[in-house]
Design a protein around this ligand. Sequence first.
Ligand code: ADP
Length: 490
Amino acid sequence: MRSIYRYLNPIVHLGESNYSFVFPLIANIVLCVSSEFYAYIIARNPLIIGEYIIFINVAFIIYFSFRDGLRGGYISTLFAICYYFYIIATRHYHGFELSMAVDTTIILGVLYAILASIIGWLKQRIDWLIESSAIEKERLQTIIDQLPVGVIVTDGHGILTQTNKQLNKILGIRMPIGFAIGLDTIPQIKINGSLPIPHQSPLSQALKKGTSIIGREIYYQQVNGNEGKYLQVNSAPIHNKKRRVIAAASIITDITGQKDLERQKDDFLSMASHELKTPLTSLKMFLDLQEKELSSSKSKKAQYFNQRIKDQIHRLSELTNDLLDISRIQTGKLRFKKESFQLSQIVSDTLEGLSGMTRQHELVLRNNFSGQVFADRYRIYQVLVNLISNAIKYSPKGRKIIITLSSQNRHALISVKDYGIGIEKEQQKKIFERLYQVTDRNEKTFPGLGLGLFIAKEIVERHSGKIWVTSEKGKGSTFSFSLPIPHKKG
Ligand code: ADP
C-alpha cells in the first residue's frame, strides 16, 4: 500500500528525473477505454462524455506533467485530443455541430499543450535545481571529509545540517544531523571542566551576534574518557545578500600536540632561565670583588675590561629576567606586590637611573600629575625602563626623549615620546606580541628579542590599564600607558 502511494504521489518524485513513459500511456488508455465503457454500457448514452471528460483530461495533464514532466503532459494532451476526434467521428456530428466540435477540440488542444508545457517545464526545472543542489552538497561533503579539521555547518536557526568524518574522530562522538546548537546539550562531554552551556558555544554566539568568533580555545573531555583534548574553535556566520544570517560554520582543530610542545618549550624556558640566574649572580659577585681589587691596581685597561664585562653581564641578566617573566606569564605565575606610591617619584628615579645610559639623548620630564597609584612599584619601573630604553635604542640619531606624566578620566597617563625611526601603521599592533620585532631591509638591525613590549603589556593590563602607541614612520613614536587612580577613602 505504502509503495503504491509512493509511486502515485508526484511530490515524492520531486528531484528525480527518471520520467515514466509507460505509466501515463497506460493510464490514458485506461481512461479512454473506461470512458467509452461508461458511455455505451453503463449510461447507454454516447453523448454523455462531453461534459466531464474535459475536467478529467485537465486533471490528467496537470498530474502527469507534475509527475513525469513534459513527457507525461504531452502524452496526456495527445490522448485527450485523439480521443476528442474519435468521439467526433463515432458520434456522427453534422454541419454546424461538427465544425464547432472540431474548432473546440483544436482550441482545447492548444490550451492543453500550453498547460502541459508550463507545468512540465516547471517540474523539470525544479528537478534539475534539486538535483544540482544535491550534487553540490555531495561535492562539498567530499571536500570537507578530506579536511584535517572538524567541520560543523548549521542553518540560520542553529540546526545542524552537515558535519565531517574528522569531527567525529576529534570529538569521539557523533553529532546527529538536526541537533540544535545553542539549545540541545550533550551530557557525555565536558567543556573546560564543566558540562557544556549550549548558548555559550562559539557557533551559537556567531549566529546570535552575526560576527565571527576566532581562535576560541577550549579543553574538551568525554565524561567517561581519560585524557582531554585542547581544541581551537573558529565560528563564522554565513549571510545572504540582505545581510541576514542564513547559516553558520565552525572549524574545530585539535591543538593538543601543539599545546604539549608549547608546554615543553615553556618548561624548558623556565628551567633554562632559572639555571642561568645562579651562575650569573655569582659572576656578578666575583666581578664586584675583582673591581675592588682592580681599583688599587694601576692597570686602567684591566679596569676598563672589568667594566665592559660588568655591562655585558648586566645585559645578560636583563635578558634572563625577561625570559623568566615570559615563562611566568605563560604559566600564569606572574605575581604582583601592589602598594600605593607617588608615580612621579618612580618616574624621576627611573630617569635618573637611565640618564647615564645615553649621552646623545636628552631625557625631558613634563610632570602634570602628582597623585598616587596602587600598583607593583618594581613592575611599573620595569615598564618605564623598557619604554625609555626602546626610545633611546630606536632613535639612533639621538634627539630629545620627552616623558610626560598627566591624568585623564581617573587614570594616570605616562607617555614616552621619541623622534626616532618610527613604526609603520600595520606593525603597530603586532609589536606588543611575543617575540615580534619589526624587520626592515633598509634599516640597521637593533639588538633585542622582541619580549619587552609583550611583558610591558601584560604588566599594564594586569593593573587594569592600557598600553598603546602612536607613531609615524621616520618621524618617531609615542608609547603611552595608563593606570587607574584609586578612589580616595572616606
Ligand atoms: P626588542 O627587544 O626587540 O626591543 P620590544 O618588545 O621592546 O623588543 O619591541 C618590539 C619591537 O617594537 C622592536 O623590535 C621594534 O621594532 C619596535 N619598537 C619598540 N619600541 C620602539 C620605538 N620607540 N621606536 C621604534 N620601534 C620600536
